[in-house]
Design a protein around this ligand. Structure first.
Ligand code: NI
Length: 188
């Protein structure tokens, strides 16, 4: 089932997520719904807060950017309770976007070399060294589980420059070609 994507300004995007425990109800359905939602909105990653759940689960299918970034070719993940260890390396600045911030893209500096530990869709532990743009996607999605967004990494000046666009999203004035859920209206 395709779910609406929660947009910037919604408090669910700012909460720290809880671990998935064995016996989590309808986990396979949640995973399937998250993939369906991600594909429908043409994203390469989606974290549970973006569909309104503060649980530590992320889906990624990086294949669509595989032409530009070969390390992404054919790479598809379900990350449950993921943990990232930043490995040595210089930070690289590249443009990122987010389904919760439609119409925006900003350069973000990240280390593109990480050790990722997670549970897969069967709750089996896995680990892998990941680099390049794939490591960036993983870091972006895992940030969501901490209540963080990529715009938290940009300079105050850049943030000031996009303030109008951010306010439009919060106010529900952003056009979007996938189903979305806006922030609740503030009562003054
Ligand atoms: Ni995002």
């Amino acid at each position: 089932m395709k779910l609406p994507v929660y947009l910037y300004g919604h408090p669910v995007l700012r909460r720290k997520c809880a671990d998935i425990t064995p016996g989590y109800p309808e986990l396979q359905k949640l995973i399937a719904d998250m993939f369906e939602t991600m594909y429908a909105s043409e994203g390469v990653g989606l974290a549970a807060p973006q569909i309104g759940r503060n649980d530590r689960i992320v889906v990624i299918d990086a294949d669509p950017v595989g032409e530009q970034f070969p390390e992404c070719k054919g790479r598809k993940f379900t990350l449950i309770n993921p943990e990232i260890e930043i490995l040595d390396g210089e930070k690289v600045s590249r443009a990122e976007g987010c389904l919760s911030l439609p119409g925006l893209s900003e350069n973000v500096a990240r280390t593109e070399h990480i050790m990722l530990r997670w549970l897969d869709e069967n709750l089996e532990p896995r680990q892998e060294e990941i680099s390049g743009f794939l490591a960036r996607i993983v870091q972006h999605e895992c940030d969501h589980l901490e209540g963080k967004l990529y715009i938290d990494h940009i300079s105050p000046i850049r943030k000031q420059l996009i303030k109008g666009k951010l306010n439009s999203i919060v106010a529900g004035r952003t056009a979007c070609d996938y189903p979305v859920r806006y922030a609740p209206k503030k009562i003054k």
